[in-house]
Every structure is written in structure tokens, then in C-alpha cells.
Design a protein around this ligand. Structure first.
Ligand SMILES: [Zn+2]
Ligand SMILES: [Zn+2]
Length: 146
């Protein structure tokens, strides 16, 4: 047991795994490797916000599957309605974000947007459908971030 580095009157047994500082429940940050002080915990959180290559690859596969695959599916039905393109865009954005591990970043949004644009272009869906679904994909990924 020792005194919390941030609250002199608080006894605690938990130390930051990075700097060995005593931390109490008021400020410790739980991370996969153990408890950390606010300073080192923050670094872990910001590291989580950057997309790793593997996560990007997953997002690429998911958005291509839903965005391009979905466009072909819509084209094969022969029922082309702007609302479906909107839903496809949202679904592509959601799939890309989930596959990446939940990232709401510009790169994932661009990936989802590009996939539906490619899907629209490959199926000759037209510019309106292309723009709508791309906008929906980007909004789906970036919502709550703006
Ligand atoms: Zn620390
Ligand atoms: Zn404390």
C-alpha cells in the first residue's frame, strides 16, 4: 500500500504499470496491460484511435464486400431506387467501421465512400446514386465525431 500520487490522503495498492506511481480509483485508467496513471492512460487511449494496418485491411475487405457486392446485388435485382443506395452507403460505412474495430476516422470513411463509388461506377448506377451512397457511407462512419 502507498499514498496516491494525486490524492495525498488516499491509500492505494495500485501502481501505474508505466511509471510505478500509486494511483487510486479516482484517476486510474484500466488498459489491457494493467492500471495506468492518467498521463500514461491517455497515451494508450490515443494509440487506440489510430488505425492499425490489420484493422485497415479488415475494413477494406468489409467495405468492398458490402459496398461493391451490394451494388451488384441491387443492380441484379434491377430495382434502382435512391433510398436503397442510401441504405447501402450506411451499411457499407457501418461494416467498415465495425471491421476496423470501431474506428471513426477519415481513412475508414474514405474507404467506405470509395467502395460505394466503385460499386456504383462498376454497375453504371449514375452520379446521383454514387454521390448519395458515398455521402451516406461517410456520414455513417463519422457520425458522433462532428
Ligand atoms: Zn504512469
Ligand atoms: Zn488519487
Amino acid at each position: 500500500m502507498g499514498q496516491c500520487s494525486y490524492h495525498p490522503n488516499v491509500e492505494t495498492a495500485i501502481r501505474c504499470v508505466e511509471c510505478d506511481r500509486f494511483v487510486c480509483p479516482k484517476e486510474w485508467v484500466e488498459t489491457p496491460v494493467g492500471y495506468k496513471c492518467p498521463e500514461h492512460g491517455r497515451q494508450t487511449l490515443s494509440a487506440r484511435r489510430t488505425v492499425k494496418p490489420r484493422q485497415f485491411a479488415f475494413a477494406l475487405a468489409a467495405s468492398a464486400l458490402v459496398g461493391i457486392g451490394g451494388s451488384f446485388l441491387i443492380a441484379s435485382i434491377g430495382f434502382r431506387f435512391w433510398l436503397i443506395s442510401l441504405v447501402l452507403g450506411l451499411a457499407t460505412g457501418e461494416a467498415a467501421r465495425r471491421a476496423s474495430g470501431g474506428h471513426r476516422t477519415g481513412s475508414i470513411a474514405a474507404l467506405a465512400g470509395f467502395s460505394v463509388i466503385a460499386g456504383s461506377a462498376l454497375t453504371g448506377a449514375g452520379y446521383l446514386v454514387m454521390a448519395l451512397s458515398a455521402a451516406a457511407a461517410v456520414i455513417s462512419v463519422m457520425q458522433n465525431r462532428w
